[in-house]
Design a protein around this ligand. Structure first.
Ligand SMILES: [Zn+2]
Length: 88
């Protein structure tokens, strides 16, 4: 399994611009509003900017918890890359 930072680099996402999140990684309070279709606070995909349909709260080295918001295609691309099912 590849690291989160390797995956972000593969997807062209600069981790420094990701929004900081809460320390509660398990419950990730606020996640629904980031991806719910009718939410006024719905976020854009961190990779391409279309409306996000998935989000993850991930502790990144030296940066702390950061939100990574994904459209469908980048969610799948990130999952596949992280799990090594696609060659770089
Ligand atoms: Zn995307």
């Amino acid at each position: 399994m590849r690291s989160e930072l390797e995956t972000l680099a593969h997807l062209g996402i600069n981790p420094d611009i990701l929004e900081s999140g809460p320390d509660d990684l398990v419950r990730a309070p606020g996640w629904r509003a980031r991806v719910y279709p009718d939410s006024p606070d719905r976020k854009a995909c961190s990779a391409c900017g279309v409306p996000a349909m998935a989000t993850r709260l991930v502790p990144l080295p030296d940066l702390g918890p950061r939100w990574i918001d994904y459209c469908r295609d980048h969610m799948i691309a990130g999952w596949r890359y992280r799990n090594g099912t696609v060659e770089p």
